[in-house]
Ligand binder design. Structure first.
Ligand SMILES: [Zn+2]
Ligand SMILES: [Zn+2]
Length: 301
């Protein structure tokens, strides 16, 4: 290994958590800093309501100031936005799809105002119209969103899902297919979720299996298009197609899974976000800190 490669492999992964914006948007990065985390994810709005107001100039200025206060103005992605769960860009119903396109346009407008570079969204559900048709609808929706927002810098990042029911994203082919139909493909990235890939059936329980899953993703989607990672263990076994997040090390993902994804995250310098329950451990510690420390140990092992 050359010196440059040796140094590169020692750059640690950015590890953070999905944090609450109760009390204002600045509360998420502020809390991340308090906990000693190096990135965070937030909703820029109430994710269970369609309605949302635009970001005010004051709000945007305050948020940028908070970024500076956190020392997060180094060009790395430190804040990830997660889009509303109501959005379904794959819907076969034209009215529902139009509503989702409008909502997703709003999500990206809010990100752009806050200088948030990554907005994660689930690809959506085809609701019985079929995988191929669903993929086409998502590409079409994204093309419409891009046309609404020319010149935007924020990237829409499609998340891997467990593939339950008619939801897309349980197979890497779905994500590749969606981006394949987008005219400005460089405006689309991906978010890998460790719980979701395992629950979707990608076995990462040994080093070689985990590595081959990463290679498979790379072949189909390109790892350099991964702009965020969700670090969750899975309560449910591999292939169960059920989405239940566990604390790191207490689920079915396995250490080889986290080691492989942490290596990738360190190399790409993309944010790794914990989406695990927030309550305290029986010993009175913050779970985010415990999970972060376990990930750090795994990264060194
Ligand atoms: Zn996730
Ligand atoms: Zn999940």
């Amino acid at each position: 290994m050359s010196m440059a490669a040796a140094n590169l492999s020692q750059v640690p992964a950015l590890i953070g958590s999905h944090l609450s914006i109760a009390g204002g948007l600045c509360e998420a990065p502020r809390e991340a800093s308090r906990l000693g985390l190096s990135c965070c994810q937030l909703f820029t709005r109430n994710q269970r309501q369609w309605k949302c107001r635009p970001i005010s100039t004051t709000e945007a200025a305050e948020f940028r100031e908070e970024m500076r206060a956190c020392g997060w103005v180094d060009g790395l992605t430190r804040v990830v936005s997660h889009g509303s769960y109501l959005i379904n860009l794959a819907s076969p119903d034209s009215r529902a799809r139009a509503k989702s396109v409008a909502a997703m346009t709003g999500e990206l407008e809010r990100c752009e105002a806050l200088a948030v570079a990554v907005c994660v969204v689930h690809p959506g559900a085809h609701l019985g119209s079929g995988v191929r048709r669903g993929i086409k609808q998502v590409s079409r929706s994204i093309n419409e969103i891009h046309a609404n927002l020319p010149g935007y810098r924020v990237r829409l990042c499609l998340e891997t899902t467990v593939g339950a029911g008619t939801t897309l994203g349980g197979e890497f082919e779905d994500l590749a297919g969606i981006r394949g139909g987008v005219r400005c493909a460089d405006r689309v990235g991906f978010c890998l979720d460790t719980c979701h890939i395992v629950a979707a059936g990608y076995d990462c329980s040994t080093d070689s299996l985990a590595q081959s899953v990463v290679s498979r993703f790379d072949r189909l989607c390109g790892v350099e298009s991964i702009k965020a990672i969700h670090m969750n263990d899975s309560c449910m076994p591999c292939g169960s197609r059920r989405d239940r997040h566990a604390h790191i090390g207490l689920g079915h993902c396995g250490a080889p899974c986290f080691r492989a994804i942490l290596r990738l995250a360190a190399r790409l310098q993309v944010p790794c976000i914990l989406e695990t329950p927030k309550e305290m451990t029986p010993g009175g510690k913050q779970w985010d800190i415990v999970n972060r420390n376990i990930l750090r140990e795994l990264a060194c092992s």
